[in-house]
Ligand binder design. Sequence first.
Ligand SMILES: [Ca+2]
Ligand SMILES: [Ca+2]
Length: 564
Amino acid sequence: MSPNEHNYPLTHLRSMNMRMTGRVRRNGWLTVAAALLTLACANSPVATTIGADQKQWWRDGVCYEIFVRSFADADGDGIGDLRGLTARLDYINDGNPQSATDLGANCVWLMPISKSVSYHGYDVSDYYHVDPHYGTDEDFRQLVREAHRRGIHVIVDFVPNHSSDQHPFFQSALQGPTSPYRDWYRWSASKPSQPGPWGQEAWHKSPARDEYYYGVFWHGMPDLNYQTPALLNEMEKVTRHWLTDMGADGFRFDAIPYLVEEGGQLKHTRGTHDVLRRLGAAIRRVAPASFTIGEMADGSSQILSSYYPDQLDAYFAFDVASATMEAARTGAAAPFFSAVREASVLFPAGRWSPFLTNHDQPRVMTVLAGDRARARVAASAMLMLPGMPFVYYGEEIGMLGAKPDEQIRTPMQWGAEPGAGFTTGTPWESPQPDWRVTNVRSQDTDAASLLNHYRRLIHLRNAHSALSGGDLTFGSTIDGAVAVFVRRSPDETLMISINFGARAASQVSVMPPESGAFPMGRFERIYEDPSNGCSPQLTIVTNRSVTLGQIAPYGLCVFRLTDG
Ligand SMILES: [Ca+2]
Ligand SMILES: [Ca+2]
């Protein structure tokens, strides 16, 4: 079954060819360098464009990833909870479009909140109810009501690959072939010799009988068996429950490559694509305005492209994330340039999400060795990209954290008081040692802070359709520290330059990818970071070469075309 045999209800599917031709005819523009067209054509079924649905909330928003356990504790037991989060929603978005004192995100992704046996929640023991540590089902509904009042959509983590070994389904299945849940998991009488997809032990001895079960991550997370129709029905029911009974706006799908195993193939199987297709379609049927985003953390962009055009709405762009961090760390624009260009070619516009780090990765400020200017330029680059960007909580204030995982998921640093303003009790995990200095309160009113940099960038993005939903066209420069690109929507054309380097750039020449790809005319500066970091205006008089003015070290300049 080819991807084109499925009708993706949210999109107009067109071939890459038609997309390119259409763009050239309408606008005289090319969105990608010609050299990469060959690459795209090899994958032409995956390259789709989306036309009629630009108004969906996830097409022009920003999402904020929250570990509820570490965000805000309302009852003083040291564990963050839903009521604590609800009380802090104004920090994310106060619902007033005129105010600039909130972050401006229109979405939150909550890491797992279903009942679980672990602190992180990725081994679920009850898919239908909120973990009592986080509150009640009604607390969740109240969170959704308060979030919606502010224009914040709530997406929840959905962990379809495995349950906890403590889940009643698995506890029943362990008892043997007479259990109604037996075929919801995968069994073997003897231990199969094949290791897991990254060479790990994936078959585990049953504690109840002389046999083995499959669990790709560890023995406490037995994989669910999607070859059993009743299981697939059950998981569909779980998604329906969260959308209709709980009010969630969508799901972040955990660990999608491993859903279905087929013989020796343990990831990216056809069965996995079929399950995603079915769940994605079921979710859109129940809630057409919902949003689904998948995690495929390992594997190339080429492999990720097999998860289009249907299946989930979007996927995290891990290659773009690591390249953005690499550019910020080294000062070289090339990794950013090539990863973004490849994503723009391979994936449908708006259906891949940029980010810098998530809950599985060392935090930005740790990777950048505490260099605030580099953290600033990383944020600038990420928030100028298409697709809904995801900001992991605490990155906007420059929180630190390196593995083990608990250390990259420490309590949000709200203030300098004991408990960091996160709890009045003893926090489940200590905040980072710098919490008295690095916290929301100390950065809140400091115009130069990282927090206010994030706020301004997100508000800028919200105010400009070209930044959220517009096309992206890269120019090439001979200055290895500078990335220059044009973002363009039907309403406006913006020229963006980013200097990843430690030295000021001046009079950088930019070659557009094609004659006519950069519009000629006068550009006014509408945003700069730092201040006095950019020339006030640019004039493009030939379409073969653009000379930018000055760009400060780690600087961002955004210009808007004022006439054609
Ligand atoms: Ca609590
Ligand atoms: Ca699996």
